[in-house]
Design a protein around this ligand. Structure first.
Ligand code: PBG
Ligand code: ZN
Length: 324
């Protein structure tokens, strides 16, 4: 009798029976852009990931393009922060500059901008404060301004990450009203209040000065609510739905894949990256193999798009012919 081991006999046979394949075009690579000059600063908890000023970013972008990565997502770190995060809608703010620079010099790269305020506010929360909590209405008004500034700078896609109610509706309306019908919205539809964002907050200088984000980001325990959040983004006009973080929420990725007909993105977040890097550095795991197994698991769970700090390293594994 033929068992299932027959299908695993050789690498050629295993390849034929393989159900999931990673590809470089699955990846979106995050970039941290800091206002200023001469900055190339490695993030202590994210080895291999740097903050760059625009004058230092060419080597990084040349490498990204050479590796076949088609898509980047930008996070800005401004020089000046204030209570509302007004630098985020300054037409000469760091993200607007970055969008113009990358679209001019690397026109084939798809540029997505993160749309949020935590990197721009002096209190580190994702919007305008009122009685020590983020006010939804006031923040929606500013979201319109931020997204319009990014659209005018030439952004290809926008990704609101603040978990404000009705953000996608407001942003879609603002874009359409101003003739930017072609710019899709990738909603951070299902974003949990997660301790896995720790290293990112060092990278983006966005740690809240008081409290936490549990009044806007989701409770980790909730699965039904994820469907409600995603449905709201679909109704409001999102083009892509995202789950974040990825690894502790693979069940949620699969739920969204099974319930919606839009592309599903998953954000393989900073803490997930840091843990693999740390164990790899210690020699406790085979870092490259664990990286590939991890990315594959996210895709197998149902992600069509994976936002990951591993994009460059994984691209090298997937395309071994590219010289380093
Ligand atoms: C900001 C934002 C965060 C991340 C992406 N956008 C952090 C947060 O919500 O505190 C996390 C990304 C990561 O950890 O890699 N809204
Ligand atoms: Zn934020």
């Amino acid at each position: 009798m033929k068992g299932l081991r027959e299908n695993r006999k050789t690498e050629e046979i295993r390849t034929q029976f393989r159900e999931t394949h990673l590809s470089v075009s699955d990846f979106i690579y995050p970039l941290f852009i800091e206002e200023g000059n001469n900055i190339k600063k490695e993030i202590a908890s994210m080895p291999g990931i740097f903050r760059y000023s625009l004058d230092q970013i060419n080597d990084e972008l040349n490498e990204v393009v050479a590796l076949g990565i088609k898509s980047v997502i930008l996070f800005g770190i401004p020089l000046h922060k204030d209570a509302e995060g007004s630098e985020s809608w300054n037409e000469n703010g760091i993200i607007q500059q970055a969008i113009r620079y990358i679209k001019k010099n690397y026109p084939t790269l798809q540029v997505t901008a993160d749309v949020c305020f935590c990197e721009y506010t002096n209190h580190g929360h994702c919007g305008v404060l009122c009685n020590h909590d983020v006010d939804n209405e006031l923040t929606l008004k500013n979201l319109r301004k931020q997204v319009l500034a990014q659209a005018k700078a030439g952004v290809d896609m926008v990704a609101p990450s603040g978990m404000m109610d009705f953000a996608v509706r407001e942003i879609r309306d603002e874009l359409d009203k101003n003739g930017f019908h072609h710019i899709p919205i990738m909603g951070y539809s299902v974003k949990y209040a997660s301790a896995y964002y720790g290293p990112f907050r060092d990278a983006a200088d966005s740690t809240p000065t008081f409290g936490d984000r549990r009044t806007y980001q989701m409770d980790s325990a909730n699965r039904n609510e994820a469907i409600k959040e995603a449905q709201a983004d679909v109704d409001e006009g999102a083009a892509i739905l995202m789950v974040k973080p990825a690894l502790s929420y693979l069940d949620i990725i699969r739920d969204l894949k099974n319930n919606f007909n839009l592309p599903i993105a998953a954000y393989n977040v900073s803490g997930e990256y840091a843990m693999i890097k740390a164990a790899g550095k210690n020699g406790w795991i085979d870092e490259t193999k664990v990286m590939m197994e991890t990315l594959l698991s996210i895709k197998r769970a149902g992600a069509d798009i994976i936002i990951t700090y591993f994009a460059k390293e994984a691209a090298r594994v997937l395309t071994p012919s590219i010289p380093s």
